[in-house]
Design a protein around this ligand. Structure first.
Ligand code: NAP
Length: 346
């Protein structure tokens, strides 16, 4: 008998030889393998780019959204949005652990997966509710984690929905801490969003008083919540699909100079150039947004003779889960903002 693949390719139905993430369809009927964990799922935290696409396609109608989500999962054996390609992550309880699954975790333990729903075998029996403001979907269902799939045990001291929201974007603030040093100037596109407020708070801590943190915002109510955190030197209302306007406003807010680093945490398409244009020669552009197009970024940068280093926002940075939960613990006001937006009993 063949040993199950550590990356989960044994569950790929099509195309042959693919890994689970790019696969078209996963097998959810196969019995639990020795290197897998079975999870009883309570809540899906849908990736913002995916949730926004589904919400817009269904004009915000919850019943239509339920049908669309059920359709995707039935068709693909995973919640991978066919338009954005992205997934999200989930919150649930360990139901069964295969004999060869690494580490020690007991059935009943509440966990959040830290690998994308775009590669996680999933069965939805029933959608209980959709939370339009937090991109969360309460379900009754089951999911499989492969032996290489990372997860976080949910902490006792934080609300579980709040923790799920933060863990969904945990790679962004952790990577922000790696990219910035004292004295740097940084612009964050989508600074009032979920990853935006985490990145802006971390950026302030990393660049210090000598640095400059500029937030590009879009949503007026969430912008006021960001302003109250007092982590930005300048907050600009702008459309990240309008690169020239963003460029002019950022340079003006940075005392006539381009910035060292830009961080794109917007959830819509066509924002690549607004992240590239304001960055100085030799600076860094960090694309965390799942709506980023590689060809638009690469060809666009070439077209304006930018030699900035461009980083694809890998959702994984070593220790990113604990890092982000600790960031929330370190700022009561940030934790309260998250609780207000995303918190509540599961
Ligand atoms: P979020 O909370 O929805 O924040 C996105 C923000 O972008 C919102 O405040 C939104 O404002 C703003 N925005 C939308 N259109 C804009 C525009 N034209 N100009 C300027 N701002 C605009 O999303 P999130 O959960 O932080 O996620 C941010 C991005 O990271 C998404 O693309 C998501 O898919 C991606 N992501 C990546 C990974 C990874 O592994 N790389 C993991 C998780 C998430 P409005 O509310 O007004 O629309």
């Amino acid at each position: 008998m063949m040993k199950p693949c550590p990356y989960g390719s044994h569950r790929v139905l099509a195309p042959k030889g693919a890994l689970p993430q790019p696969a078209q369809k996963l097998d959810t009927a196969m019995p639990l393998q020795a290197n897998e964990m079975l999870i009883s799922v309570d809540t899906l935290n849908v990736d913002s780019a995916s949730f926004t696409q589904i919400k817009e396609a269904c004009q915000g109608d919850k019943e239509a959204m339920k049908a669309m989500i059920l359709g995707i999962v039935k068709e693909r054996g995973k919640l991978q949005n066919p338009v954005t390609g992205s997934g999200g992550m989930l919150l649930g309880r360990v139901k069964e652990v295969g004999a060869d699954f690494p580490g020690q975790v007991k059935p009943g333990t509440p966990i959040a997966t830290l690998v994308s729903l775009s590669l996680t075998p999933l069965v939805i029996l029933h959608i209980k509710d959709i939370h339009l403001e937090s991109d969360q979907v309460d379900i009754e269902g089951e999911a499989i984690l492969f032996e290489t799939g990372i997860y976080a045990k949910l902490p006792d001291d934080l609300d579980h929905r709040l923790a799920l929201s933060a863990l969904d974007v945990a790679g962004a603030p952790a990577q922000t801490a790696r990219l910035l040093k004292p004295g740097d100037s940084v612009v964050i596109l989508g600074a009032e969003g979920k990853s935006g407020v985490l990145c802006a708070t971390q950026a302030r801590m990393s660049v210090g008083d000598a640095g400059r943190v500029i937030g590009i915002c879009h949503s007026p109510s969430q912008t006021e919540e960001l302003r109250a955190l007092k982590v930005c030197d300048a907050i600009l209302m702008a459309d990240a699909r309008d690169p020239l306007s963003v460029y002019q406003q950022v340079v003006e807010a940075n005392n006539g100079r381009k910035v060292d680093v830009s961080i794109n945490v917007v959830n819509v398409q066509n924002t690549e150039m607004a992240a590239i244009l304001p960055v100085r020669d030799g600076g860094t552009v960090y694309f965390f947004s799942m709506a980023t197009s590689f060809s638009k970024a690469a060809l666009g940068a070439e077209g304006v003779a930018s030699n900035a280093t461009m980083i694809i926002g890998n959702g994984y940075t070593p220790g990113h889960g604990d890092f982000t939960l600790d960031l929330l613990r370190s700022r009561k006001d940030l934790q309260e903002l998250f609780m207000k937006r995303y918190g509540g009993d599961v």
